[in-house]
Design a protein around this ligand. Structure first.
Ligand SMILES: [Zn+2]
Length: 137
């Protein structure tokens, strides 16, 4: 596969023979750049794997009603968020494929939504302990 082949930034259609200012024949978006084909982002795929394990662990939690898979799921949710955030740090001149960007975005949301209740629980725990220490409750 020729990596240097110019492709559409929106739909990845091959733009060989086209120029900046013309429109992509596939999606109709204006061609603003004839850079090389988008690259696969390894962090996005790592995020997707972690998000997948998170979902699996949440299912296991629901089925077994045990705490261990939930804890493992929370760890992988954190990893998914970290990898997804790393995958958005695109280096200058490098752009990632649509699949990479989608995987990163989906993984970020799966990770965040899994972590949110845990963070809320920890924060409310800290508030309750603090209020108790101050003898307000
Ligand atoms: Zn296009």
């Amino acid at each position: 596969m020729d990596v240097a082949k110019p492709t559409c930034w929106h739909c990845e259609y091959s733009l060989v023979g086209f120029d900046v200012g013309q429109r992509c024949p596939e999606c109709g978006n204006a061609i603003t750049d004839l850079g090389p084909a988008p690259e696969t982002c390894p962090e996005a795929f790592a995020a997707a794997i972690c998000a997948g394990i998170t979902v699996l662990m949440l299912l296991l939690t629901a089925l077994s009603l045990r705490f261990t898979p939930l804890l493992i799921g929370e760890v992988f949710a954190l990893l998914a968020v970290v990898f997804a955030m790393l995958s958005t740090l695109e280096t200058e001149g490098v752009r990632f494929s649509r699949l990479s960007r989608s995987l990163g975005r989906i993984s970020f949301w799966i990770g965040s939504l899994t972590l949110a209740p845990l963070i809320a629980l920890i924060l409310s725990g800290i508030v309750i302990v603090t209020l108790h220490e101050l003898r307000l409750i």
